[in-house]
Design a protein around this ligand. Structure first.
Ligand code: PA5
Length: 418
């Protein structure tokens, strides 16, 4: 079987001295053992998700929603939605069924959304692991009241699907009281590692993506997990030894733009737990950012290392036609858009190398459910490995929780504004 991701570390590895590499490889082995141990102890749940046994209840529910509605409104924030958003924007082909994400409690955006969707043909999927996130709950309450005016109590029950943890929390308590259907998030899977649980899979299934293929891709990556540990270890080394404090992910396909956002969240929220452990994530999109960020990358501060993601074969290709307009552009003759994009990627890689930047190259044979499943799982494993090397807990987010508490206090009017 052709690899779903090809990893090329050549231009990253040779930046380290032999002693540094030797010590990094030793650390990688220790991390692999640590992770295995923690997994066996039930501390890490996301690694089991590719092997979940029966996603069919979720698929049946998805089929029902497609029949009864024309829009799935997904309400959630952060790890509760970024994965599904990334996958759907990368792969969903049938745009007739709308999947709309509402994350931010922004009144103007919400007002606009009211004009865009027909609530009579909408099902809501409200996603919150803790069941208490105020952005999510406040938006949900607004939609609930509007839908209550449209649907009978019996029909309304069918129009609300809750995704949350199994233990009682404010959202699951409401779900029980009003008999809304629930999908669950395993307790040992934290928000940003939940894309392959019903958090991500349900909206993806409604969008028509193949869940079986996504999970198969993740299983392939699980079999190749050494690559992810190596990536996480070299990322840690790039930060700690090469002093590259910014990790740039650089897909040459704008369909992976939201995947870049998903990566930024998992990298930042998981790894930044002290002065020393927070590599700053950044996304760039090729070829667009050749006309924006590349100048910074090549001649600005040398505090970054890069991972490009390339697509070997696009689903379609479009040739530059024979035209009299082409006279002054001989290099465009007999070429196609995919050739141009891939030439631009290689040119950027060559420039990054010439300007002495560490570079890792990931190549996907095509952009598909399988390769995206592998990509999600790769970065989840790599983030975990890097987290253990920094000796921090990659699965909590105390500073995010701190911000949540302040907001609640402000809204309770227990404290005043600055
Ligand atoms: O990754 C995380 O854990 C966070 O980004 C959460 O997903 C986010 O804060 C939303 O939390 P919840 O799912 O509890 O509503």
């Amino acid at each position: 079987m052709k690899p779903l991701i090809q990893f090329d570390y050549t231009h990253l590895v040779h930046k380290f001295s032999e002693t540094q590499l030797h010590s990094l490889i030793k650390k990688k082995e220790a991390v692999r053992r640590d992770l295995k141990h923690k997994k066996e102890g039930g501390e890490i749940g996301f690694v089991d998700l590719p092997y979940q046994e029966n996603p069919s209840p979720l698929l049946h529910l998805a089929a029902e929603v497609r029949q009864t509605s024309e829009t799935l409104l997904v309400i959630g924030i952060g790890g509760s939605v970024l994965g599904a958003k990334a996958a759907i924007s990368a792969l969903a082909k049938n745009k007739k069924f709308k999947i709309v994400f509402m994350e931010n409690p922004n009144p103007d955006s919400l007002y606009r959304l009211f004009q865009e969707i027909d609530l009579k043909k909408t099902t809501i999927n409200v996603i919150s692991k803790s069941g208490s996130t105020l952005e999510t709950l406040s938006l949900f309450f607004i939609f609930y009241e509007r839908m209550k005016k449209i649907f009978s109590a019996k029909e309304l029950k069918k129009r609300i699907i809750v995704t949350s943890e199994t233990t009682p929390n404010p959202l699951t308590t409401l779900a029980k009281q009003f008999e809304w259907r629930c999908l669950t998030i395993p307790l040992n899977v934290s928000g940003r590692f939940s894309v392959l649980s019903s958090v991500g899979l349900f909206p993806m299934a409604v969008a028509g993506l193949s869940i079986a293929k996504l999970l198969a891709g993740a299983r392939w990556m699980h079999d190749e997990q050494r690559e992810s540990y190596l990536y996480g270890t070299l990322a840690y080394g790039a930060h700690q030894l090469l002093k590259k404090s910014t990790t740039v992910i650089f897909p040459y396909d704008e369909r992976l733009s939201l995947f870049g956002d998903w990566f930024c969240q998992i990298w930042a929220e998981s790894l930044a737990k002290s002065e020393l452990s927070g590599p700053t994530p950044m996304k760039a999109i090729g070829a667009l950012d050749q006309h924006s960020l590349l100048q910074l990358f090549l001649e600005g501060p040398g505090n970054k290392w890069y991972t490009t993601i390339g697509i070997e074969h696009f689903d379609t290709d479009i040739k530059i036609p024979k035209t009299s307009l082409i006279k002054n552009f001989p290099y465009l003759k007999n070429t196609s858009l995919s050739e141009i994009l891939n030439a631009e990627k290689t040119a950027t890689e060559k420039s990054l190398i010439e300007y002495h930047n560490p570079l890792c190259r990931l190549t996907l044979p095509s952009l598909s459910e399988e390769t995206l499943g592998a990509l999600f799982f790769h970065f989840e494993l790599a983030t975990t490995a890097a987290g253990y090397l920094y000796q921090i807990n990659p699965f909590n987010q105390p500073a995010v929780d701190h911000g949540k508490e302040w907001t609640k206090k402000l809204l309770h009017k227990k404290i005043s504004a600055l």
